[in-house]
Design a protein around this ligand. Structure first.
Ligand code: SF4
Length: 351
């Protein structure tokens, strides 16, 4: 593509965004933005952190709950850890919730509750990576930042028919995206690319007949757009094995607080064995139980974390133990999803 094509492509995509931008609760739409309305950096940052973990439909209710309970970054900074962790349950990957709080507290304590307005300052905040810094700088502060996530990588790989496989092609895809960033409407540009990737240039079955930039797309011209981005064969996720224990007393379930560091750190959960590379026999599972009781096999679940897959056997018994909480009904709903699954598998339903 020539520089002239670049500006024509930009104009085409921005015009499409003006007409088709998704209405999102954290977004200032293109018409309002043109009228001078600015996005709230707190809402942009919060949405970006949530969206790194999950999809827009799944993140939206969490975003609405967070912003209702904690309307500003200073409100979030002042919230007790346990309340924020509980509100995060279901979004997965709790390290992100811990970073969220650390970042909110740094903005409140070190920046008077005001987010830094450029990538460098944002990047210095705890837990804020290159992507989030670029997204907040572009969307909230209209900085000409190059905002590249998986969606944008896919769009670039197709527009330019990049043959190099992922993940080796990441620097090249980022450089191609950078060539399209300009000082004119950088926040809208970043969001236009995100919308194109999410709604038109989808991972499977891109809707090229509705694409505003199909005239510029090298993969579309060749007719093999579905085959991009090229990929190297991925090694399977490692698998770990563990046991979860459902100890019942008077219709309630024993819950324990997990250690503050590590996976699901600080969350309430079911008592479990270690999670290891080999499976558990019945005798091993019973020997590793938190207390002696008439433990019975109550099923098995599969759960996929970011870095490994877990096969969790579930054992159930009546008895007593030193638990951090005994819970039933709503008290169980805030459990991380891996434990919810185990409880439902072992009990047939939630108590
Ligand atoms: Fe993606 Fe198709 Fe548009 Fe190319 S033409 S950018 S493959 S939707």
């Amino acid at each position: 593509m020539t520089p002239k094509d670049f500006s024509a492509l930009r104009a085409r995509l921005l015009a499409w965004y003006d007409a088709h931008a998704r209405a999102l609760p954290w977004r200032v739409g293109p018409a309002d933005h043109a009228a001078g309305v600015r996005a709230d950096p707190y809402r942009v940052w919060l949405s970006e952190v949530m969206l790194q973990q999950t999809t827009v439909p799944h993140a939206t209710p969490y975003f609405l709950t967070f912003t209702r309970r904690w309307p500003s970054v200073s409100d979030l900074a002042a919230a007790p850890d346990a309340e924020v962790m509980a509100a995060w349950a279901g979004l997965g990957y709790y390290a992100r919730a811990r970073n969220l709080l650390a970042c909110a507290r740094a903005v409140a304590a070190d920046h008077g509750g005001v987010f830094p307005n450029a990538e460098e300052g944002l990047r210095a905040l705890p837990g804020v990576g290159a992507y989030t810094a670029a997204a907040v700088a572009a969307i909230a502060f209209d900085r000409a930042a190059n905002v590249v996530d998986g969606n944008v990588e896919r769009v670039m790989s197709r527009l330019f028919a990049v043959e190099e496989p992922m993940p080796h092609s990441k620097p090249a895809l980022k450089a191609l995206a950078d060539g399209l960033v300009a000082d004119d409407r950088p926040g809208d540009w970043a969001q236009a690319l995100m919308d194109l990737g999410a709604t038109v240039c989808r991972p499977k079955g891109p809707l090229c007949d509705r694409c505003p930039v199909s005239d510029f797309c090298a993969a579309f011209a060749r007719g093999d757009q579905d085959t991009f981005p090229r990929k190297t064969k991925k090694a399977d996720r490692p698998r770990r094995y563990g046991v979860a224990y459902l100890l019942m007393r008077e219709g309630k379930l024993a819950l324990v607080q997990r250690p503050p560091k590590g996976l699901l750190g600080g969350m309430l959960g079911l008592p479990t064995s270690d999670w290891r590379a080999t499976g558990w026999t019945d005798a091993e599972a019973i020997a590793a139980a938190p207390v002696e009781a008439a433990w019975r096999d109550a099923g098995e679940i599969e759960h996929v974390f970011t870095h490994f897959a877990l096969t969790l056997r579930v054992f159930r018994a009546e008895g007593a133990m030193r638990a951090d909480e005994w819970a039933a009904g709503r008290g169980l709903e805030a459990l991380p999803s891996v434990f919810l699954k185990a409880a439902v598998a072992g009990l047939g339903r939630l108590l």
